[in-house]
Design a protein around this ligand. Sequence first.
Ligand code: ZN
Ligand code: ZN
Ligand code: FE
Length: 755
Amino acid sequence: MTVSGVVQGVGFRPFVCRLAQELGLDGHVLNRAGAVEVEVEGSPTRLDAFLRRLRGEAPKLAAIEGVSVARRPPRGECGFRILASEASAELLPFIAPDVATCDECLRELFDPADRRFEYPFINCTACGPRLTIVEGVPYDRERTTMRRFALCAECRAEYEDPSSRRFHAQPNACPRCGPSLVFYERGAVLTRGAALERAVERLTEGAILAIKGIGGFHLACDAQDEAIVTELRARKRRPHRPFALMVESVERAAELVHLGPEAQALLCSPERPIVLLCRRAEAKIADAVAPSSPELGVMLPYTPLHHLLLRRLRGKPLVMTSGNVSGEPIAIDEVEAVEQLGSIADAFLSHDRPIRVRCDDSVARVSLGVPRLLRRARGHAPRALRLPRRLPRPALAVGADLETTFALGRDQQAFVSQHLGDLEHLRAQQAFEDAVIHYEKLFAVAPEVVVHDAHPDYASTRFALKLAHARGLERVAVQHHEAHIASCLAEHGVEGPVIGVAFDGTGHGSDGTIWGGEFFVGEGASLRRVGHLRAVPLPGGDSAVREPWRMAVAYLHDAGAPLEVLSAQVPQANLERVRALVARHGACPRTSSAGRLFDAVSAIAGVCLEVSYEGQAAIELEWASPPLEGAPEFPFELERDADQLVVDTRPLVRGVVEAVLARVPASEVARRFHATLASATVAVCEVLRAEFRLQRVALGGGVFANTRLSEELERRLGARGFELFRPSALPPGDGGISLGQLVIAGARSALEGRA
Ligand code: ZN
Ligand code: ZN
Ligand code: FE
């Protein structure tokens, strides 16, 4: 039989070997290309039992895609053996994601009698680095960054012993033969145990450390020390965006945040994401960690080094934020770390196991009982996603420009890359291109089609053009918001027509305006825009995004409302200048973006008038809002404009202004606004349901990272008999775009093939 899926580097062959021996079957097992090949002989009942248990009892980290069985005459084999791997390109290889330290390794880590006592690089076939150390395929030690460490006799014996849980654990290592720690600070260098102790000392004293992890460096400091967290914000030039925390244990997490059973399971999962959770009022944490947020992003230790550090810090939570300067990719080696983080970190805690693949932490949350990824990276990438339909040809989809991912697709599988950040800076673009080439090699996909966003000026689009030209590939452009909806449909395996609601920042629309508050009907690959939020002038592209008060002026002008509501916070001359701009016909492009509407309301309500990171005004408006139940609403209207159903936002904006002028608190304005937008969305869905006889609704776009709005829609649409699909395996924002692009391009070229 041939077993395909994630079956290499997860202890699959020792499992097969033990199972066969237990059942008294003879034969062998080996890795062939990306799959595991098994030959067993014995009585039919035992063979049946073998097949059943092969699927049912497979190692936790394995993900069996398929088992194909061929019957052959017995060869009279004697005993069961594990044979050497055979490489070939005929089968698609799989690389597993990186996995948090398992319980057994953890026990050894803290067992003074164990030879790996306090060894920061302990791992086994069930845990440790995977994607981040892989240089090539098949997955074998010689093709990982561990090749520079020759196994000592004891480690080799484990590596070669099928009954050991370190059998063919590629990163297997011990203090004698494996990687080791190094600490440096202003010329002083310490190694191994001394490095660890000094790092703990410096963290306790209130220093900022750059710590090398699995997929890159973190910047770490004491999360209870207001002064040092504030200092980190200043040095990193990141004034507002919340920092993530690492805590020693679930118990410690529960002291900081409210932890339901689903959230606890998510926090403890082998993927170990950062989980966004409601903070406790009494949480002892510096205000500067997550200013004005009702939530904290918390994760548990996921490498042996983290466990060693956190245990020594005796319950002190650490700020653990990506080791990069704003807009650049996370630093992965000492050269990058010193160059990028030298002016931020006081000291470095590093090691000599090279990182081949950059990988940030994943971010997730539980919404109405379901775990949902907001950033898909470590622990999840590059796990394959199953496409609803076969792709006619292998393809590469390059995503958008923010929170970028790309996706490689072949047959019915998609490999979506880890989150690769924003492509604004040259270095981020280079990291993106490097990752594409590396993934092509790892997954043996030679794309014949390259798919990109319809926006001509995205760095990802330019890269797609360059690649298509250099390799003579076919090129397909996909509208941004159609890709958002298609992504949600693909992950849920939904086929057939639906209503799609895309609420987003901004994206290139098919009619020359800037979209972001769109309603579609149709199948994933042939969506038709049938409605949108009322379009208003966008006063000056990037500056309108950075300064939400500009957007507020555009909406106020559009609604015929007075600008005075802003004059306490913005000089009158600036207001007038922007009003003159938006009033001049043709001076500004028009946008129907829901994200920009959030910005405007956030500014009018006095919540946020200028941002330091993407989406801040909308996010802070959500933070300001209490639960929506029973909220009074602002008025809105639905109108017809040719074939489009338009949500007229002018009554809403006037309602917001009246409330603000009547000194209704910002939190109440935020609450009413969320409830109103939910009402408007439901109203449009009702009209579309009547008109097109559709009752399945898919959501997509960055605005749906907003749980107040998403959960309200789930409740209201559910109560009215709609079936709702929300992004969960992929982020609702641009991190999910690449999968949608892949599916749309695949379906289009299949259609053309038929025609
Ligand atoms: Zn382990
Ligand atoms: Zn060793
Ligand atoms: Fe988007």
